[in-house]
Design a protein around this ligand. Structure first.
Ligand SMILES: *Cc1c(COP(=O)(O)O)cnc(C)c1O
Length: 426
């Protein structure tokens, strides 16, 4: 029996004993297709769909009274979904609220927590971060009348893919007012040591905030215990809340009562919001950091999706996710050897998020060819194919089959049929 056949048997055996296998039926999967792009846009689940219809039904039935009546009043929906999200980030219910989007929430948190004072004027970030986060940081530096080229420090990467925690800590000097980092880097999938970095920042009197876009729903967190000042994320990647779905934020309880940098009436103490006073009374919890009326229809899918996470349990999800990506790396190494791929995510379980990042000179065309063969990856410029087998809806056999198709594409040079250009989205 060839290695590939043995690996298939192993995948089938793992699928049979997988405690999460029943969740696959909760999602809409396309027959014949292997979806490995759940770190960009998670798939629709039946529960999420049900909640959208539920919400439309409430609107139809209750009209304006849906804000305070019906089964799930919209007035407090963001707080309820925040409480449901809290276990995924290791927070108390009142420290989390479902609101805004990644970038908007980062703006809110920078407006609140970036306070250049004396010689502490700089924001410490990294050279591998997502552009939107960088733009937000640059704009707040400018709003303080400072120059981003001087006040935004970006820790560089030695290998172009990963960051060294030691180097980040060395950069936490007494000129730094705030650190903003991603828990999992969006390209390489490196998981930073959040606990260590948070402790190091706090020991130096520096505030620290975390972008959890690529870690929430893939990796467990303990934000309250670690003492992170704030965190923010989108819910449409591993949390499957749909395109443009509402995001979330965490503010540590030691900061509750603080006036948000960007105030709006939905950040009010709920008891007095409808007094319509011109004096702002912020909510006593993370709810204070909301701005305007919640996007109720875009919040609805999150509720259904979070139910699935509660049933599955974050620890089991992480365990399966690690096993899926470990298996994927084993297949890449054994089946795609000599075909020009380099695995650029860290190998170590403790340093790996939910996806595998493969560098290849022909990455764009390979991504196109994979799609043509029913495997949905994503491409990140200039040369990375990201493959994210998701614990709730992918099987071990999916991983095996994806590599089998990729191997054929490479051996037959099928990718040469495609243009070396990325589409608007890919
Ligand atoms: C996905 C992602 C974003 C997206 O921001 P939006 O405001 O939701 O468009 C931002 N930052 C990181 C690190 C991401 O991974």
């Amino acid at each position: 029996m060839s290695g590939m056949d043995e690996q298939k048997k192993k995948a089938e055996a793992w699928d049979r004993e997988d405690p999460l296998s029943r969740f696959r039926e909760e999602f809409y999967l396309t027959e014949g297709q292997i979806y490995l792009d759940g770190n960009s846009l998670g798939l629709l689940s039946k529960r999420a769909e049900k909640e959208v219809f539920h919400t439309l039904g409430s609107w139809r039935k209750h009209g304006v009274d849906g804000w305070t009546g019906g089964e799930s009043p919209w007035f407090t929906l963001s707080e309820r979904l925040g409480a449901m999200t809290a276990p995924l980030v290791g927070a108390d219910a009142q420290e989390v609220v479902a609101t805004g989007s990644t970038t908007v929430n980062l703006h809110q948190l920078l407006a609140t927590f970036y306070r250049p004072e004396g010689s502490r004027t700089r924001i410490l970030a990294d050279a591998l971060n997502f552009p939107s986060d960088i733009y937000a940081m640059q704009s707040h530096i400018r709003l303080h009348g400072l120059d981003p080229s001087e006040h935004l420090i970006r820790v560089t990467s030695e290998d172009g893919h990963t960051l060294n925690e030691e180097t980040i800590i060395e950069a936490m000097t007494d000129e730094v007012a705030l650190v903003v980092l991603s828990a999992v880097l969006y390209r390489s999938g490196q998981l930073l040591d959040m606990e260590r970095l948070t402790r190091a920042a706090r020991e130096r009197g520096i505030r620290i905030g975390w972008d959890l876009c690529h870690s929430i729903g893939a990796v467990p967190h303990r934000l309250t215990e670690w003492g992170a000042d704030f965190a923010f994320w989108c819910n449409y990647k591993y949390l499957n809340s749909g395109p443009g779905g509402v995001g979330g934020l965490f503010v540590h309880q030691r900061h509750h009562g603080r006036i948000p940098g960007l105030a709006g009436w939905f950040g009010s103490d709920k008891a007095v919001q409808f007094d319509m006073a011109h004096r702002f009374t912020p909510a006593a919890d993370a709810g204070a950091f909301q701005i305007g009326t919640p996007h109720v229809l875009s919040l609805a899918p999150l509720q259904g999706s979070l139910e699935l996470f509660h049933e599955a349990g974050m620890e089991r999800i992480r365990e399966k996710s690690l096993r899926l990506t470990r298996f994927l790396m084993e297949l890449v190494e054994t089946q795609l050897a000599g075909l020009g791929f380099a695995i650029v995510n860290p190998r170590d379980d403790a340093r790996r998020g939910g996806h595998v990042a493969l560098a290849h000179q022909e990455a764009v065309r390979i991504a196109h060819a994979l799609k043509d063969h029913g495997v949905i990856p994503d491409f990140r410029s200039p040369d990375i194919v990201r493959l994210a087998p998701v614990a709730l809806y992918n099987s071990y056999l999916d991983v095996w089959e994806a590599v089998r198709r990729l191997k054929r594409i490479m051996e037959e040079k099928d990718y040469e049929r495609f243009e070396k250009k990325r589409g608007v989205v890919a």
